[in-house]
Design a binder for this molecule. Sequence first.
Ligand code: IPE
Ligand code: IPE
Ligand code: MG
Length: 260
Amino acid sequence: MLDKFLLKKSEPALPDSLLKRLNEARKKPMPNHVAIIMDGNGRWAKQRNLPRVAGHHEGMKTVHKITRFANELGVKALTLYAFSTENWKRPKFEVDFLMKLPGEYLTTYLPELIEKNVKVEMIGDFEALPKHTQQAIENARKATEQNDGLVLNFALNYGSRLELVNVVKHISELAVAQQIAPEDIDEAFVESCLMTGHLPELDLLIRTSGEVRLSNFMLWQLAYAELAFTNVYWPDYNEECLLEAIEDFQLRNRRFGSLG
Ligand code: IPE
Ligand code: IPE
Ligand code: MG
């Protein structure tokens, strides 16, 4: 009872005007798969004279907010870029902190994710993660594997070039073992070998913080995705920001090379 009250108090209901816009957006074509490059945590903290890791911690709360709202919108898959294969170049203290966040996030929010029918998944090099991070992810995967609502897909120790190298290796192994012939290899086959092979086609990519680059994220999958860039730092990103991106997406004319 007390818990419920505290939860309500710390998470105020969305204003009616936003809920109205949410309902309008739901009547229009919704992107099935949204991916977000969650950037700007460090600069958010710097602005406040806080250590960079305070920005990462605040960013975790945004993950919760945005996951919940994406679920309300009816998005089918939400891929969140949480740690790149290049982020190991950061100071050990920061990397260690980032590696603890999945555990903290899931300890806090897993019950709600289960209740809301969210399925937790991950793309990236799982084996190279610290054991405690692996355990947190594995536990959440298992606890939500029967869920068939929003797929919350963390890109953790993910790099698109590494993913593509692994696809090439896998296909070469199949070819060497004569399980496939070169003529079997087409776009659909390559697609099925990607870590996102089972997810809907990526429709919308959002990057926060004002950087306009992909930073080794989903290079194949982005071929025909719509792109949205915002100057907002990730810890400040909120439901209205996502709704704006969706409303803008719904106004676009996706031609896929045709005349539309
Ligand atoms: C994004 O925020 C989080 C990760 C890359 C892990 P940053 O830590 O990159 O924040 P900035 O870009 O330095 O502000
Ligand atoms: C991209 O952000 C990776 C994540 C958001 C996890 P970075 O902050 O690492 O990207 P660069 O270094 O500015 O390209
Ligand atoms: Mg950054």
